[in-house]
Design a protein around this ligand. Sequence first.
Ligand SMILES: *[C@@H]1O[C@H](CO)[C@@H](O)[C@H](O)[C@H]1NC(C)=O
Ligand SMILES: *[C@@H]1O[C@H](CO)[C@@H](O)[C@H](O)[C@H]1NC(C)=O
Length: 282
Amino acid sequence: MRWTMVALLGSALVARSALAEPEMTFTVEATKKGVPIPQSEIKIVPSAFGRSRKGHGPPPPQPGHGAHRKTRRANPTANSANWCGSVNTTPSNDQITVIHGSFTHPGCTKRTGQSYPQAAASWVGIDGDSWTSALLQAGTVCIVRLIYAHSSPWWQWVPSGAYTISSMPVAVDDWFEITINTTSTTAATVCVTNLSQATSYTISITNGATLARVNADWVIERPYYGASLAGFPTFTDVWFYEAWTTRTGGTGLGILGAKQYQIPSLCASEEWDDEHQVSWSL
Ligand SMILES: *[C@@H]1O[C@H](CO)[C@@H](O)[C@H](O)[C@H]1NC(C)=O
Ligand SMILES: *[C@@H]1O[C@H](CO)[C@@H](O)[C@H](O)[C@H]1NC(C)=O
């Protein structure tokens, strides 16, 4: 299957796009327990939610809980309006080629005082922090509405819109593994795997906005819904494991020493044991 932004947004944009950058396009292949899922059963749809580059937030975070693991690292911290998690940055002459991370999809519940819909997105991605003009990311999102809640996997190459992988169900505590493999600064494969069920979707994308491949991100995000931030639900702790990257210089970059973004009064994040990250609801 092949999608283009032009096809999704309608013919009004065709004339303009002829003058602009090449359109982002992608193809999808999926397997379940190693058996290909027919293209007719693969459903990828534009999402109403949009992730974005990190924003700033003023007040300090509240004290954390934690003690799930042995050693909490004293990483640098910073506040954000929408990112809660780790960002490690590499020099521009040693770019990230592959980023990886595994996490369990959290259980989400209504947070009093927040507008609807409420949403929390767990993702792994490249750029969007010091490099603000592009961000490639994939993960899961839980969405809490007034009368029901649902979850789905998704991916996005910002500034293009987000896509929901609606044919791939998500349950609380499912283990997800994300691998993003960039073949250039504008092309990549995004692999989203449900480890428990061995269900895997591989999205091959070309003509994405140019990445610098300098920020490695493992993040819980309060996404946008339209022009403003969605409400942010409470959620069970999200642990990221196997947070690693490969780089053009040959060495990896993990979560060790990564900057820990906090969303004041909503979410806190810490690194533990040199290799894990936990983000939790305040
Ligand atoms: C992923 O695995 C979980 C079990 O952990 C299962 O409940 C869920 O349906 C699986 N999702 C897919 C898409 O296979
Ligand atoms: C990334 O893709 C390249 C080919 O483009 C492949 O050789 C390599 O094994 C992939 N890495 C991972 C971790 O999937």
